[in-house]
Design a protein around this ligand. Structure first.
Ligand code: NAD
Length: 501
């Protein structure tokens, strides 16, 4: 049976307006949407046009503390709620997000810029955390054993860590929220969520969806704000808060870890990356180019997992680079709501200028722009897909997180060289290796210092896998069976010999 291709109709301005009108504009505190205590607001704009999409209440420090109050009050009954009931709330949330997939996708495209097809992919990925953790909720085992001496007993149980502050970035507005909220719900923690001010609309609708799924008042509180530190400062200083889970840049993460140290808070830190994409001469080059496109262009390169350094063995470098540049040059740039758009705008003017500064410096240092290389004129913060050849090994662009659709290619001669270059970074999040030699893949994976490695695969994120980094890329893991452990604490109960007379 043949099926005809699905042609997405263009989104109409009326559809956009109706969706935006449905977004709650307040703060969610104790199950109620309300205004900021000082009446303050902030605007959310479309990066493709610069136009204001919506105006939201901007939480103050006082609102943040009211949210923590609500979370703390809800904690005791929430943690006694049956795991099955928590699981079913998550499962209903999965069904609701999936049923509203088109709305979530369009909202993310509007506020963040990614093309609709990618936004739909994020809905699938983001919703999966709700389903995965609904399944994990009822399987968070403790243990019981006899001491080695053979008399006393050891009982180990998991308990929820308590009220959590969840801070999310702008690049994956739904998935970064579900990746934290779902395991916190599974573990029985209450939460204060602070989404990025550039893309809070998706989180607002997601929070309402959690309420619709039956989440009790006060378990999830949302304090969107134009002042991130005005929210995190008082919350991290308050002893009722028990955990910080942060996804964002390494410099901000380091500052928050220092603040969190004052109350010895549990922390999960998902920080920046500088992923190497290593292509050996025995790789299937067409497969490597396809993987390179996915690893580079997902989210216009605005992903912590984005391939940031293409390390290609000398003998195949020319062929790989030429094929890669040809494929990148084919991509269509445009507002994410346009049916044929494959590359949306970058998040703001600063992001676009930073990307271009890295490209210009690399070209000045001897690199060649094989495609792209300068910002596009006109409205929106568009930057064309760019491939840079002959990038010197010490170029700044290989050291910094690019966060844009730019692929610098550099070469290596031996396996040892590739490992040394890959490890020459303070970051250690995602990495990608292309080779047909399985033993080589294993050897390299064992020696590179990265939390995640893709073998002949350009996209490795999965709700069932432990996502996270080493070195300056962070601490802790999200997803997998590890994800729930970030929200539990271990209590050991020592039991005296039950056979003692
Ligand atoms: P960012 O660090 O600027 O902001 C992240 C969040 O922190 C936002 O909610 C922001 O409002 C808040 N924030 C900013 N300054 C703060 C402060 N002083 N105090 C308290 N909160 C503050 O990062 P971003 O630009 O939103 O996101 C991009 C970064 O996130 C990249 O470095 C990317 O690699 C990283 N990231 C990491 C992962 C991962 O899983 N490791 C996933 C996505 C993004």
């Amino acid at each position: 049976m043949t099926t005809s291709p699905v042609i997405s109709p263009a989104v109409t301005p009326e559809q956009e307006a109706a969706l935006l009108a449905s977004v709650p504009s307040g703060l969610l505190i104790g199950g109620q949407w309300r205004n900021a205590s000082d009446g303050g607001t902030f605007d959310v704009s479309d990066p493709a046009t610069g136009e204001v999409l919506a105006t939201l209440a901007s939480a103050t420090s006082e609102d943040a503390l009211a949210a923590l109050d609500a979370a703390e009050k809800a904690q005791a009954s929430w943690e006694r709620t049956a795991p099955r009931e928590r699981a079913e709330i998550l499962r209903r949330a999965f069904d609701l997000v999936t049923a509203r997939a088109e709305d979530f996708a369009l909202l993310m495209t509007l506020e963040m810029g990614k093309p609709l097809a990618e936004a739909r992919g994020e809905v699938t990925y983001g919703a999966e955390f709700l389903r995965w953790f609904s399944e994990e909720t009822v399987r968070d085992y403790g243990r019981y054993l006899t001491t080695p001496e053979g008399k006393n007993k050891i009982l180990v149980q998991k308990k929820p860590v308590g009220p959590c502050l969840l801070i999310t970035p702008w690049n994956f507005p739904l998935a970064m929220a579900t990746r934290k909220v779902a395991p916190a719900v599974a573990a029985g923690c209450t939460m204060v969520l602070k989404p990025a001010k550039l893309t809070p609309l998706t989180a607002q609708v997601f929070a309402q969806t959690m309420l619709d799924a039956g989440l009790p008042a006060g378990v999830l509180n949302v304090v969107s704000s134009s002042s991130a530190s005005g929210i995190s400062g008082p919350l991290l200083a308050d002893p009722r808060l028990r955990k910080l889970s942060f996804t964002g840049s390494t410099p901000v993460g380091k500052g928050l870890m220092a603040d969190a140290a004052q109350n010895v808070l549990r922390t999960s830190m998902e920080l920046g990356g500088n992923a190497p994409f290593i292509v050996f001469e025995d790789a299937d080059l067409d497969q490597a180019v396809e993987g390179a496109m996915a690893a580079k262009m997902r989210n216009m390169g605005e992903a912590c997992t984005a391939a940031n350094r293409f390390l290609v063995q000398e003998s195949v470098a020319a062929e790989f680079t030429q094929k890669f540049a040809a494929a990148m040059a084919e991509l269509a740039t445009g507002r994410g709501t346009e049916p044929d758009s494959q590359v949306g705008p970058l998040i703001d003017a600063g992001a676009r200028d930073d990307v271009h500064a890295l490209v210009s410096a690399a070209v000045d240092a001897g690199a060649t722009a094989l495609t792209g290389g300068s910002p596009e004129a006109g409205a929106g913060y568009f930057y064309p897909p760019t491939v840079l050849g002959d990038v010197p090994n010490d170029a700044e662009i290989l050291r910094q997180e690019i966060f844009g659709p730019v692929a610098p290619v550099t070469t290596f001669s031996t396996e040892e060289d590739a490992i040394r270059l890959a490890n020459a970074s303070e970051y250690g999040l995602a990495s990608y290796i292309y080779s047909r030699d399985f033993n080589r893949l294993i050897r390299v994976a064992e020696q590179i210092e990265f939390g995640m490695v893709g073998f002949n695969a350009g996209v490795i994120s999965n709700a069932a896998a432990p996502f996270g980094g080493v070195k300056h890329s962070g601490l802790g893991r999200e997803g997998g069976s590890e994800g729930i452990a970030e929200y539990t604490t271990t209590q050991y109960i020592g039991i005296a010999d039950p056979y003692a007379p």
